[in-house]
Every structure is written in C-alpha cells, then in structure tokens.
Design a protein around this ligand. Structure first.
Ligand code: TYD
Length: 199
C-alpha cells in the first residue's frame, strides 16, 4: 500500500493538485483511494460539518480530529494507492500553540497504524504576498478558514516544524505553491517517480 498526503494553507491550490493527480491515476490505470479530512466517509462527513461549524475549544478539536482520523483509517479499504487530503500534519499546523499540545499531538501521531504513515507528504507552500493576492479573489469556504486566516504565520511555522520531525520513513516535500498548477503537478509526479511510488 502506497500512502501519500497533501498539506497546505487555504488557497495553496491543494484541491487543484489533488484533482490533477486523480486524473493522472485514472489515465495511467493506477488503482487509488482519495480521501479528505475531516470527513472522508459517509458517517465522518456528517461529523465534518459539525466540526467545521463548531466553536469547540482547541483541546477538543485535537481530540475530534484524531478521533475522526482513527475512524477513517480503520474504514479505508486497502488499495494500491491512498491519497489523504490533509492528515495529521494539519492538526499539528492548525491546533498546536504550545509545547503541551505539541507533546499530545506527537503522541497521537505515534498511535497511527504504521502502514498509513505517508511515504511522501506534499506541502504546498504559499508566501504571504501570494496568499493575500489569491484570497482577494475568493470568499472563505468555511468558518474554519476564516478563523485561521489571520494565523497564517503561526500555521506556516508549525508546518516547517513538523517537516523536521522524524515520522517513520516519510519524506516531507515542500513545493512552491506560487508556481503554475501544471508546474506543481509535474513536480509531484517527478517526486512520486523518484521514490518509485509510480513508474
Ligand atoms: P477544508 O474545506 O477541507 O479546507 P481546505 O480546502 O483548505 O483543505 O477545511 C478544512 C479546515 O479544517 C481547514 O481550515 C483546516 C482545518 N483542519 C484543522 O484545523 N485541523 C485538522 O486536523 C484538519 C484535518 C483540518
């Protein structure tokens, strides 16, 4: 089983890249399962709506995200390829404010079935200038996006931090999200080939 994940702040073009990869997999006959967090299956999508509309405090959010994550993992049908649209790095990036939360989140990550630790995490990294430029063209997609928008620097710093923490053998690949969609896609395919995840 080959597992990869996608991460990035709002407006990083994550959804576009996931769509392009899906197309590539279909074209090349690669059997795959694409899933997203929070949510990812019928029951958990209901919880997604509750979480994203909630005013839960931060500790509750950490627990909700991981509860939903463990449930999702246990429900995923094993397939050649599993692609996560957000995974544990999101909880570290968005819900980590202090060292207590850091400890908690890292210990929860360690409980994830090793088979589901991504071989590669693609982090679409956007700088502030481009973030603001893209934001001007779009409305917030949910309450969460609005809540966390002003916390861009903290969240980006957290992504940098987790990229340096050893989690199994996973490779953390940051890609400049200000490149064109096709350029980013090409880099993703190149990395998948380099790591022998695809031919
Ligand atoms: P979503 O619409 O999926 O955002 P995007 O299009 O940017 O992926 O909304 C998911 C929101 O939930 C997003 O603001 C990030 C947040 N989130 C966390 O805060 N912690 C988590 O662990 C996860 C999975 C998501």
């Amino acid at each position: 089983m080959k597992v990869i994940s996608f991460e990035g702040f709002e407006y990083s073009g994550k959804s576009t890249q996931i769509k392009l990869l899906k197309k590539y997999f279909i074209k090349n006959n690669i059997k795959s399962t694409f899933t997203r967090e929070p949510g990812g299956n019928k029951d958990l999508e209901k919880i997604r709506n509750v979480i994203l509309k909630s005013n839960f405090n931060n500790l509750s959010l950490i627990m909700f995200f991981f509860a939903s994550r463990f449930a999702l993992i246990s429900s995923i049908k094993k397939n050649d390829f599993i692609v996560f649209d957000r995974f544990f790095d999101s909880t570290y990036a968005y819900q980590k404010y202090n060292s207590k939360e850091k400890k908690l989140i890292i210990s929860l990550i360690k409980l994830i079935d090793k088979n589901f630790i991504p071989k590669i995490t693609f982090y679409l990294k956007l700088d502030k200038k481009n973030l603001i430029r893209r934001k001007d063209k779009r409305l917030y997609s949910n309450k969460f996006d609005k809540k966390y928008f002003g916390q861009f620097s903290r969240i980006q710093k957290n992504y940098e931090e987790i990229s340096k923490i050893k989690i199994g053998e996973r490779k953390f690949v940051a890609i400049d999200a200000s490149l064109s969609a096709n350029e980013v896609h090409d880099k993703i395919i190149l990395n998948l080939k380099k790591c022998k995840l695809i031919k």
